[in-house]
Design a binder for this molecule. Structure first.
Ligand code: TRP
Length: 327
């Protein structure tokens, strides 16, 4: 469900290198739709990426490509505000202020930190206080609605806790944001049936080489139901294909699954074609952008200036509420 009209909607995405269907359907396509009727703020979270990516060239490149991805998919830098997180330093200033009123206990309960550590990522303070930086991202812009994937639900709850605590301590200063979590994002499976996520190596990338996309699609797990028997619809292949179908087409697909004679291999090839068709206009736009670094840089610079103005006015309120503004 789209938010009500004329609200300030904000979201960010980590520059992870390869954009996949999970990112696209979880957050990006919704954001891009919202920009028609809402005031959209959107940024590339490179400081968040820094917590787990100590490689200079990769971080810089991923940031650039993430910007190209968004712009190619329809982010309108005139109508919306689109920037790179580190270009608006008020966010890190706010992070410190918020850190000073966030209990260690609240951070201890954050599950994504534990998940990352269990995946072998080095425990560092940036990773530990990741949710506070994310709260600052949101609160720094008087955000009303935050569209995110299901995995970010707890971070939104933490953001709200911090904002409520701030307002309770210093008087009403910060806007309390509402999460906007699309139901379908809970379900978006990767090719192995687990949640689609880069860390599980089960993604279908959007702008990768055709061969890579085909290989991933052909590797989607299926079962050994004989060809003349009905097939189970609660399966990754069915769910992934449905993303690209309208209601009538979804019904037709369901009928084919319920009947006999369906071959998974055929369905996979159809899905592959759909993916390629769906993203082909975006792919062309993206090729133009990646070949034109200066244009992308100018767009990001323009966005950072717009974001900066809003952040500065919020920080003014925060500085005077807390006594950091001492005159
Ligand atoms: N943590 C988010 C993710 O990994 C990215 C993010 C950073 C974000 N700051 C944000 C999302 C603020 C929404 C709002 O997907």
């Amino acid at each position: 469900m789209a938010p009500k009209k004329n609200l300030r909607v904000l979201s960010g995405i980590q520059p992870s290198g390869t954009l996949h269907l999970g990112n696209y359907f979880g957050m990006m396509s919704r954001m891009i739709q919202y920009q028609r009727e809402n005031e959209l703020f959107c940024f590339i979270a490179n400081y968040h990426a820094l917590t787990a990516l100590p490689d200079k060239d990769t971080l810089a490149q991923n940031t650039f490509y993430a910007a190209c991805d968004f712009l190619a998919l329809g982010m309108d830098p005139e109508q919306s505000t689109f920037w790179v997180q580190s270009d608006v330093p008020q966010v890190t200033e706010l992070t410190w202020v918020l850190s000073s009123m966030t209990s260690v206990g609240l951070m201890d309960r954050a599950t994504s930190y534990k998940d990352k550590i269990s995946q072998g990522i080095t425990a560092n303070m940036g990773l530990f206080s990741y949710p506070i930086l994310m709260a600052a991202d949101i609160l720094c812009f008087d955000t009303q609605v935050v569209p995110v994937g299901h995995d970010q639900k707890q971070h939104l709850e933490i953001t709200r806790d911090i904002a409520v605590r701030f307002n309770h301590t210093y008087g009403k200063t910060l806007v309390i944001p509402e999460p906007d979590i699309e139901k379908t994002t809970q379900l978006l499976p990767g090719i192995d049936g687990q949640k689609m996520s880069k860390s599980y190596h089960n993604t279908i990338p959007i702008f990768a080489h055709e061969k890579v996309i085909r290989k991933q699609v052909m590797s989607i797990v299926t079962d050994a139901t004989p060809i003349d028997q009905p097939k189970n619809k609660d399966t990754p292949l069915f769910h992934l294909y449905s993303l690209f179908l309208d209601e009538t087409e979804q019904k037709e697909l369901a009928q084919r699954y319920d009947g006999s004679g369906l071959r998974y291999g055929d369905i996979k090839l159809e899905l592959f074609d759909r993916i390629m068709d769906h993203f082909s206009p975006f792919r062309e736009k993206r090729d133009q952008l990646t070949a034109n670094k200066k244009q992308v840089h100018d767009i990001l610079h323009f966005g950072a200036e717009k974001a900066n103005k809003v952040a500065e006015s919020v920080l003014d309120r925060v500085r005077s509420a807390t006594g950091i503004g001492y005159f």
